[in-house]
Design a protein around this ligand. Structure first.
Ligand code: 48F
Length: 261
């Protein structure tokens, strides 16, 4: 007796293809497109999906999580400062208090749980897909993203003429970390000027990132370390509380933008 139910190669191929095309049908016209699946993007996606928003995470790697897998210097411990540990409570991520107000948890464990939380809430994921350019509408409002498969960048120049496709979105969130890829694209087009992130100062940087999380340009919200690059804030190194609180604030700002449409 075989262990598994009978199937075939063609059924497996059709199952993958059919699900992909259903996903793309939904993604083509999202409400909120989050570029970058690091900790800030994942929490924003979870919060928005829990509110019933059609939200998509675009991620250039084949895995989500960004810098949240590793605490820093290839060491797994993630540090979180109060009050962001309350987000860990909500998601069911266990942690220990290292000293008053400073909490620790293993990166791979915390990252896995955060990814699961975003997916279980209903966020869509398009991985191995890179943000290439913005879609602009009247008065240069950001209204979506031009995207392409990440492996296209590895093709030899002679055969890399693969046209991208585009996704329309009511709100775009730049959650691409230090790169601030969406904001930088607006800068390339002369629509925005970014100072780039400043030198490290943990004590100042975490508050500043959360405070300055918000609308960077019509149609575009910036969260996480992309906020530092956009507004010239100090970098913060391996501590993640503000990434979670910035993601949460970005989701609230995006919800307000959807309401005022
Ligand atoms: O860098 P990342 O983790 O961003 P974050 O949410 O968190 C920053 C912290 O991890 C850490 C820190 C503070 O604690 O300094 O660095 O701000 O995740 C950014 C994600 O965006 C993806 C990238 O692969 C990563 O997963 N990304 C970057 N550029 C693109 C992109 C692009 N052009 N298209 C698609 N994804």
């Amino acid at each position: 007796m075989p262990i598994f139910e009978k199937s075939s190669e063609k059924a497996v191929t059709r199952a993958i293809l059919s699900e992909f095309s259903k996903d793309m049908e939904r993604f083509a016209d999202t409400e909120v497109l989050i570029v970058g699946g690091g900790p800030s993007g994942l929490l924003a996606a979870r919060d928005l999906a829990l509110k019933g928003v059609n939200v998509l995470i675009l991620e250039k790697n084949n895995y989500l999580g960004g810098g949240f897998w590793v605490g820093g210097f290839f060491m797994n411990t993630i540090t979180i400062r109060a009050p962001a540990h309350k987000v860990l409570d909500e998601i069911g991520i266990k942690y220990r208090e290292f000293e008053k107000g400073l909490y620790v948890t293993p990166g791979p464990y915390a990252c896995g749980k955060l990814i699961a939380a975003a997916c279980e809430a209903g966020a869509g994921v398009l991985n191995m897909t890179m943000f290439d350019d913005v879609v602009l509408r009247e008065n240069n409002r950001v209204a979506g993203a031009v995207i392409n498969w990440s492996p296209v960048t590895f093709l030899p120049k002679a055969i890399n003429c693969v046209d991208p496709i585009a996704i329309e979105s009511k709100v775009v969130i730049d959650a691409t970390g230090h790169d601030a890829s969406v904001v930088r694209k607006l800068e390339d087009r002369g629509l925005i000027k970014t100072p780039g992130f400043g030198a490290m100062w943990i004590e100042k940087s975490e508050d500043a990132v959360v405070e300055q999380t918000g609308i960077a340009h019509p149609g575009l919200v910036v969260i996480g370390m992309a906020v530092s690059t956009t507004f010239g804030l100090p970098r913060m190194g391996p501590t993640f509380g503000s990434m979670l609180l910035s993601g949460r604030k970005g989701a609230e700002v995006a919800l307000e933008m959807l309401k005022s449409e």
